[in-house]
Design a protein around this ligand. Structure first.
Ligand SMILES: C[S@@+](CC[C@H](N)C(=O)[O-])C[C@H]1O[C@@H](n2cnc3c(N)ncnc32)[C@H](O)[C@@H]1O
Length: 286
């Protein structure tokens, strides 16, 4: 599947209300309100094109929560959430606070979409937690800018394990972008024991109708600020080079350590969306 010669777009400099943005559309899928008419119109069309899109987004958000809790259980206390999106529900700092109350933890959110960044800043400020959580507006394709940001330097100690999250974001990085090279630049910065977690939309095991619908939806994203690329399992797996896969390895995200009871979107019937995402966590070697 995939790549074509086109580059993913430059990071937006200011709010673009002419074209829908993946951050705000995703907020709409999750039932949030930080989106504009242009995003809502796109979301409604996406919902008609692929009626599982909302449950798929919710299931991805549940996976993010399971990974953060697993990282905390493994002793990791620092999180770098790349392509963090609009803070809708189940945000990393909230999961940290709930799952490891009283623990010293650090969270840095990174996104290049101005509305996502502005709302993240407001939430952290309102919650009075800027001592341990911060936001960087940056393009994840420029890791060195993110490492050099004063927020990252203040909050993240790269000599200790960090959980780097690239959840539902790499399908917006493609064309001329060197995804394995970008991932390797993060991996090289990380201390042994760090985690790199990624989820990615796919059609590998999808029924023909669903695969056709997702492909049509990916085409529609070409008219947004964030064109999307589909990948197969082999390509996704190759990005974990130099890392050991954390059990259960690379699986459909609904199969990655499912919780008996989900508190986020408890009514979601995740089985229906099972074939449409790959997910995995790699641990940086000694
Ligand atoms: C579908 S949302 C995912 C949000 C969150 N990670 C989650 O899974 O719940 C994708 C986010 O990635 C952001 N994004 C896409 N490409 C990016 C890039 N090159 N650098 C930084 N953020 C990016 C978008 O602005 C959007 O907020």
């Amino acid at each position: 599947m995939t790549s074509n010669a086109e580059h993913a777009p430059e990071a937006p400099r200011q709010v673009d209300l002419d074209k829908p943005s993946s951050a705000r559309i995703y907020d709409w899928y999750l039932g949030g309100t930080t989106n504009y008419v242009v995003d809502q119109i796109f979301g409604e069309k996406a919902d008609r094109q692929f009626p599982l899109i909302k449950p798929l987004a919710m299931s991805n958000r549940q996976w993010l929560g399971r990974v953060v809790r697993a990282a905390l259980d493994a002793g990791i206390r620092q999180f770098l959430d790349l392509g963090s999106g609009v803070p809708t529900v189940g945000n990393v700092h909230e999961i940290v606070r709930e799952h490891a109350p009283g623990e010293e933890a650090r969270v840095v959110y990174v996104d290049y979409e101005p509305v996502a960044v502005a709302h993240s800043e407001i939430i952290l400020d309102r919650q009075g937690i800027t001592k341990w959580a911060g936001v960087v507006r940056a393009d994840l394709r420029d890791p060195e800018d993110i490492f050099a940001s004063p927020v990252t330097r203040k909050l993240i100690d790269f000599s200790k394990p960090v959980c780097v999250l690239m959840v539902s974001v790499l399908h917006f990085v493609g064309g001329g972008d060197d995804v394995p090279g970008i991932v390797a630049r993060y991996r090289r910065k990380l201390a042994p024991g760090s985690w790199w977690a990624a989820s990615h939309i796919t059609t590998d095991d999808a029924p023909a109708e669903g695969a056709a619908q997702i492909s049509a939806l990916a085409e529609s994203y070409r008219n947004t600020q964030n064109p999307a690329w589909l990948r197969d399992r082999a390509e996704f797996e190759s990005w974990f080079d130099g890392m050991d896969l954390v059990p259960p390895g690379i699986v459909h995200l609904t199969d990655w350590r499912p919780d008996a009871v989900e508190t986020l979107f408890p009514k979601l019937k995740a089985e229906s969306v099972r074939p449409f995402y790959w997910a995995g966590v790699g641990q940086v070697r000694e």
